[in-house]
Ligand binder design. Structure first.
Ligand code: ATR
Length: 275
């Protein structure tokens, strides 16, 4: 049987085995998908052992996405832009690295949430790995403008400088949270790690244009601190990152198996389990 896995540390909490089992059942694919705990200093050895044992590919989660990037012998443009890999595929040509996080976000926004990005003003909060990982797919969606705001302004400026050449006609801007005062956006995406500490980025009031969506890449039971603040500030629509999780998994499944699963029933079941 074809074997796949998610490799991380910690990994026991991962929802990926359940998601991929549901995809396999739904598409009639015969495969096994397990969670593999790699020692913090043993990512490459764990991947090699899994591949030698017949593994066909794996997802990679915290804290190994940069090591997976380094391990890949060939990479997709979106992995190259992200500087990180969340999906490895093993074949006769060696180890291929992809990053499906940004595509998962864009698909969740545009397809599940019916929130078009083309021609709209997007604000991305954060300038770490999570923000970098979604830059290329967001720009490819042709927004009217993409603004990055981060606690450490220099990191946002560096990211904007890096992506400026590939931004096409999309105006890119970088600044602090305070710099956002007086601006409005149609889509505000929280890619900071603030929600992990149950904190929200300190945003000025009035950021949300009429009909705007506030999106947190984190998920959990109830509103994150960012979503609670967005609700108070009048955001018309709120969404957490559970849909992104399922959509990035579907993109990985597509890469491995050549079939795109239906995500709606899997997302609905996960939502039911969380709430
Ligand atoms: P990740 O891979 O999750 O993006 P990271 O690369 O460490 O992790 O980046 C964390 C991001 O969350 C950064 O943008 C960080 O801001 P700084 O660059 O100023 O450090 C942001 N962040 C973390 N905690 C935050 C908080 N409490 N409020 C606002 N931003 C926060």
């Amino acid at each position: 049987m074809d074997r796949y896995a998610v490799i991380g540390n910690p990994v026991a909490h991962s929802k990926s085995p359940a998601i991929h089992a549901a995809f396999a059942a739904q598409t009639g694919q015969t495969l096994a998908y397990e969670a593999l705990l790699a020692p913090l200093d043993g990512f490459a050895a764990t991947v090699t052992a899994f591949r030698t044992a017949g593994g066909r590919g794996c997802n990679v989660t915290v804290p190994f996405k940069l090591e997976a990037f380094a391990l890949a012998e060939r990479r997709s443009p979106r992995a190259q832009a992200a500087g990180a890999v969340n999906t490895l595929k093993f074949d006769a040509d060696g180890i291929y690295g992809d990053n499906t996080d940004g595509a998962g976000l864009v698909r969740d926004l545009t397809y599940n949430l019916d929130c078009p990005l083309a021609g709209r003003g997007i604000l991305l909060l954060g300038a770490g790995g999570a923000a970098r990982g979604v830059m290329l797919p967001l720009l490819a969606a042709a927004p009217a403008r993409l603004t990055l705001a981060n606690r450490t302004v220099a990191r946002a400026e560096a990211l904007v400088a890096e992506f400026a050449a590939g931004a096409g006609n999309t105006p890119l801007a970088a600044g602090s949270f305070a710099d956002l005062a007086g601006s409005q956006f149609d889509v505000v995406i929280n890619a900071t790690a603030a929600s992990l500490a149950d904190e929200a980025p300190p945003l000025p009031p009035g950021l949300y244009a009429p009909g705007a969506l506030a999106y947190d890449m984190m998920y959990g039971r109830g509103d994150t601190a960012f979503l609670a603040a967005a609700r108070r500030d009048g955001a018309a629509h709120l969404a957490d990152g559970l849909g992104m999780l399922v959509e990035q998994a579907a993109e990985s499944f597509l890469l491995w198996r050549g079939v795109r699963p239906e995500t709606a029933p899997v997302l609905a079941e996960l939502r039911r389990q969380i709430e």
